[in-house]
Design a protein around this ligand. Sequence first.
Ligand code: NAI
Ligand code: 13P
Length: 340
Amino acid sequence: MSAQARVAVLGAGSWGTALASLLARHGVHTTLWGRDAAAMRGMAEQRLNVRYLPHSPLPESLHYSADLAASVAGADWLLVVTPSHAFRELIEKLATLPSRFHGIAWATKGFEPGTGRFLHELVEEILPGQPGAVVTGPSFAREVVDGLPTAVTVHSDNADFAQTVAEQLHGPTFRAYTGSDLLGAELGGAMKNVLAVATGVADGMQLGLNARAGLITRGLNEMLRLGVALGARAETLMGLAGLGDLVLTCTGDLSRNRRLGLALGRGTPLKQAVAEIGQVVESVQTVDEVMRLATRHEVELPIARHVQRVLHEEITPAEGLRLLLAREQKPEYPEPFPVQ
Ligand SMILES: NC(=O)C1=CN([C@@H]2O[C@H](COP(=O)(O)OP(=O)(O)OC[C@H]3O[C@@H](n4cnc5c(N)ncnc54)[C@H](O)[C@@H]3O)[C@@H](O)[C@H]2O)C=CC1
Ligand SMILES: O=C(CO)COP(=O)(O)O
């Protein structure tokens, strides 16, 4: 790096903090922006995100701000890490700023609530011409901030921007690959959250390891069928953005979406389970957007559909299981395996 690269990470929850910490450790001039001024002051004083990552000291070189315009001014590129429900609002605010950044990446997983629109579509609409990239893959914030080995993938239509983002994230314990399938990468990251609820429910009901493996595999099949119908590349969904994150989130108890499923499977009411997790649980909104896309593209997604009915409290987890098991016998692949 000749001149020191400058990045603004927008969103100071667990994942934004972990990615900002990673960039700062890699020698990138990094500012972490959060909307809560008191929380950002506290982080600057204590070098700690007390609420979201209380056991992981943050690097001395990381900067903190609650001023969006000041954070973005002078940044070479931005990394948005808000929850999906706040994504449009933030991108619209960025569009009003005079700053001249050279690209916008996001690590948010989900769709625009209520429309099923992909996050890259929102960026294209609100900031036309701006290079965009998604950072996704199996990556629990806590493990990344503690320097445990992790691999992610950065997808963009703009190969130079994907390379810039990946190079700056890449380091001794963090591998960042690149790809050009924005839609597939976003779909995998969003859909695995819904499927993690299903495996969590099964584990919460103590249905055993066979059930877990069956759900993960049939869940991957749902991801592939919807993805390919939408124009995603199958290899994206068979890689870090799909299968990789699906396995992590369906099996790792650090996952909020899996923990929601576990709680539901043990009989905890939805509202209580979400409140006890106390952080973003993207599946609660994502499930409706996945089913909206599935309906629009006439793709049948039995697991996602039953997760939706459980999350809408139309059926209990036990009824969801009974209905899934009662489905007709059929070939594993009624159509050819969707690899082009
Ligand atoms: N935590 C993790 O391990 C990973 C999270 N992600 C994704 O990253 C996104 C963010 O998740 P987390 O950081 O984990 O959530 P979190 O629950 O730890 O924190 C959410 C943060 O978003 C902020 N926020 C909420 N509404 C906002 C708004 N309107 N404007 C600005 N900030 C707002 C909150 O103040 C809070 O700081 C989600 O889409 C999640 O799926 C992706 C990979 C890993
Ligand atoms: O996306 C994640 C890991 O890749 C985090 O998953 P949860 O949002 O379920 O905690």
